[in-house]
Design a protein around this ligand. Sequence first.
Ligand code: ZN
Length: 292
Amino acid sequence: MRTLAAFRAYRPTTVDRITQALAADSSSYLLKGPRGCGADELLGAIAQALVGTCGGCGQCPSCRAVADGEHPDVLWAQGEQHKSVPVEELRRIVRFASLAPAQARYRVVVIPDIDTLRLTFPVILKALEEPPTATKWLLSAALIGAELAPVASRCLTVELEAPSDSEVWDRFREYKLEPSELLIRWTRRRLDRVELFARLTDAERYLSTYEELPGLIRDDARWCMELVHRLTPEDLGSVSASEEIIQCGLEILVASHADSGDWLRRAARASTSLKLHLPIQVVLAELILRSG
Ligand SMILES: [Zn+2]
């Protein structure tokens, strides 16, 4: 987990905004920035700064406890990636937020991706409105729709910038990777994609297979089963990570074959199925099989 000081080397404006917001001593903060901009890490860095006497050094026992999810005064909402935090978990958060800190100056509640709380946010609204003086709420979102305006209006909003190319580059290097131009381009300045690509043993092969898909099928349609295999990473370990790499592949396919109505339709259909979390085999079948 990067500290605020480490982030400052790449995005000084973002960190200045956060520092100013913290000085304003609001009870709740909303970090708003594009997907993959590192909002989760920034939430963690702010939590470290709020509960430690060090200002968030990243090294002391308090900071390490925050990073390991073991600090008694910091509660991270538990939910699956890109899915809504369950209502029972939100109730647990409200109870936690109502208590006095055990050790630190503040109790800190962290809820990333509140865009997923469109239906359940009323559970936290009252607690957010009238927090005990020693409780801080840290939220993040990529998009705030009209439904979430009541949450946003109760928070001090801090706008985050996307990472620069050099930040993306350095992030690859932290994973001991020398990224190709293809990887850099399809990271689309998202740190979550850097992490995703770093987890694949052969990310470039997946990305270039999507680029070449129409040609591969034209050459020999009997390769379809083999293609499904080549388009489905096996070493990611989670459905959401597999979905994300396929989503990235669809973006590549659309960008590489923007002049083909047939492939645009196939990609759009597959993308819809992916968003509905249909099985990955169904998504790929829609992509590969001829639309007729
Ligand atoms: Zn520290």
